[in-house]
Design a protein around this ligand. Structure first.
Ligand SMILES: [Zn+2]
Length: 288
């Protein structure tokens, strides 16, 4: 089937009490690996790229690869632009075929965040594209956006409700204590805050910084209404580790297939594990 908007996938997930894995991919092999994972397990899938990857590969290349994957697939697949602070890049990605975008204006004052997010919603709505926005600040590093963990600000539930009402976004990423990258200790997730936000905001909520959150905490987040879990760092690590292992055994290896095949397998296995954790296995049929 063609690429779908992530709105319908995520609304079905929130209504059904499960989450959907959204995987940041950087190469064709990573993209194919998470698509294989979704196919094999009958899971709906969100492919994501950061702005850095869009600049590195080109939005048209990424959208073309995702479109081929979706057309060949029997599970619904959406293509999402992760953490974009810039209106022009969002328009460029929508034109290239992305079916979902994140406008991250969370570093701006509330009123400016509302204004910029609303502009993106207007452009996206005409194209049937999902819009995700962020309130508060998720700690850690995402591409070149750095937020010191101690400075990470949690989202205010009342502000979330007002923000959603005024902007018309389809999905909201409220900062609730998770961080990008790999956690040094246990993440300190504010579950009560998620519950209060979910009570006021009926939309699918998005969990950023999904790498390394213990399973029990992931499940609790999902049960509270977090319908999308972003996974970036963890699949990068298994992909790179598999390649390093090949070169450790055979430093002279020069056939990319020899190291990409084990790297793909590692990403596929890690993706299936995350899909199991958020409960989306077998849910591909929800939309048909
Ligand atoms: Zn994020």
């Amino acid at each position: 089937m063609p690429l779908v908007s992530s709105t319908s996938l995520l609304e079905a997930a929130r209504a059904g009490g499960y989450g959907i894995g959204a995987f940041n991919v950087h190469t064709l092999e990573m993209l194919q690996a998470v698509v294989d994972a979704a196919e094999e397990t009958g899971s709906p899938l969100i492919l994501q790229s950061t702005v850095g990857t869009v600049k590195h590969l080109g939005p048209d290349y990424i959208a073309a690869a995702a479109t081929v994957a979706a057309n060949r697939s029997r599970v619904p697949i959406a293509l999402h632009l992760d953490h974009c602070t810039d209106f022009a890049t969002i328009v460029q990605c929508i034109r290239a075929g992305y079916t979902s975008v994140m406008i991250d204006a969370s570093m701006l004052p509330f009123e400016d965040n509302v204004r910029l997010t609303k502009q993106v919603v207007e452009v996206a709505r005409a194209a049937g594209v999902n819009v995700e926005a962020e309130l508060g600040k998720v700690g850690g590093v995402e591409d070149d956006i750095v937020v010191a963990e101690h400075e990470a600000l949690m989202a205010d539930p009342q502000e979330c409700a007002e923000f959603v009402e005024r902007t018309g976004v389809h999905t909201l990423a409220p900062a609730i204590g998770t961080a990008h990258g790999i956690y040094k200790g246990e993440p300190k997730i504010d579950f009560d805050r998620i519950r209060r936000i979910a009570d006021l905001v009926p939309l699918p909520l998005v969990l950023h910084g999904g790498s390394g959150i213990p399973e029990e905490q992931v499940k609790r987040c999902v049960s509270l209404g977090m319908a999308k879990m972003n996974i970036a760092t963890e699949i990068r690590i298994v992909f790179s580790d598999a390649i390093k292992a090949v070169f450790a055994d055979n430093p002279q290896e020069n056939d990319p297939r020899k190291y990409m095949i084990p790297a793909k397998k590692a990403v596929k296995e890690a993706a299936i594990e995350k899909m199991r954790m958020v409960g989306c296995i077998g849910k591909a049929g929800d939309l048909r």
